[in-house]
Design a protein around this ligand. Sequence first.
Ligand code: ATP
Length: 350
Amino acid sequence: MSALDIKNLSCSYQKTSVLAGLNLTLENNEIVCLLGESGCGKTTLLRAVAGLQSELSGDISIQQKVLNDPQTNIPPELRKIGLIFQDYALFPHLNVFDNVAFSLATNMSKSEKQQRVEEVLALVQLSDMEKRFPHQLSGGQQQRIAIARALAYQPDLMLLDEPFSNLDQHVRFQLIHEIRHLFKQRQMSALFVTHSKEEGFAFADRIALMKAGKIVQIDTAQKLYRAPNSIYVADFMGQANYIGLNILDDYSYQSCFGVLYTQAKIDQPKEAALRLLLRPEHIDITPDQSGKAVVKQVAFQGASQQITAQFAGQDFLIKYSNHTCDSVFFQEGDKVTLSLLNHDFVVFAD
Ligand SMILES: Nc1ncnc2c1ncn2[C@@H]1O[C@H](COP(=O)(O)OP(=O)(O)OP(=O)(O)O)[C@@H](O)[C@H]1O
């Protein structure tokens, strides 16, 4: 059974279309990250699922229960959704206990409430802070309280909008790992918005990369990085070089690195203009006095060097790992040879 099913969702603001015919399915216990540049519609999609969006068409179901279709529009408070925002949204005049208890049904007995609040505060490791007020907590602790409050409500789906972006780097990644572990333990499905791919990598099972109101690719972070379906996805997911290819026959191309052979039959017309994606770690660099490439720039990064080298009339970005004791430290002006390391080819047609 899927945790969330979105079919053909379109949303607009004053008739300006923001989401157009979007489809998305979340499996049970899955965390999916909506990633994309500012303004692509991530928050609008989250708001649509929460029932906070008015100009909307399409079908939305949670746990097979229809929330939105042409006949139905379940109000936000009945959707069994936990919402977590960037600014924690805690009530400043309520202590931790009352903030967490706030979302619980009014017909719950006092002892049931007590038990539920204690349980979720233990989950976020803040049991001893029941009496404190939000201003007496750090940003990370406030966000944990917000998460405890959402968990106490026992939602069918958790929606998180940039929940970690107000936290400093160290606390942020610690909290991301902690909350991911907690969600997995509680078998919680979640849709999570961010514009940081590092947060998406650390928190989500799958990433849905959005562009102008559409999901352009959805898959694991590794797949999006290694097998992007477009130059847009390739560039969004990491640094990239591209080289031109000419088809020689069904299994080989001519390139500036010589003839490249493929295992899979090439299914493009012979005259197609093609580009091969080369990540910086796909290119090997070796010092060579008679080499045809020259180092233009070196950025030492501790465990690696990021090198820009000119070869065949173009600049290549190369990642050179310093992991062995005979690693070379390259300098501007060094003559070098570049070669391609074995990897699965990703080729784009222009
Ligand atoms: N209330 C509104 N009225 C009119 N237009 C809006 C409104 N809210 C958002 N928009 C527009 O809708 C588009 C999508 O906005 P949305 O907030 O969903 O993007 P986002 O991907 O979450 O961006 P960000 O990463 O900057 O938060 C943007 O062009 C934005 O300007």
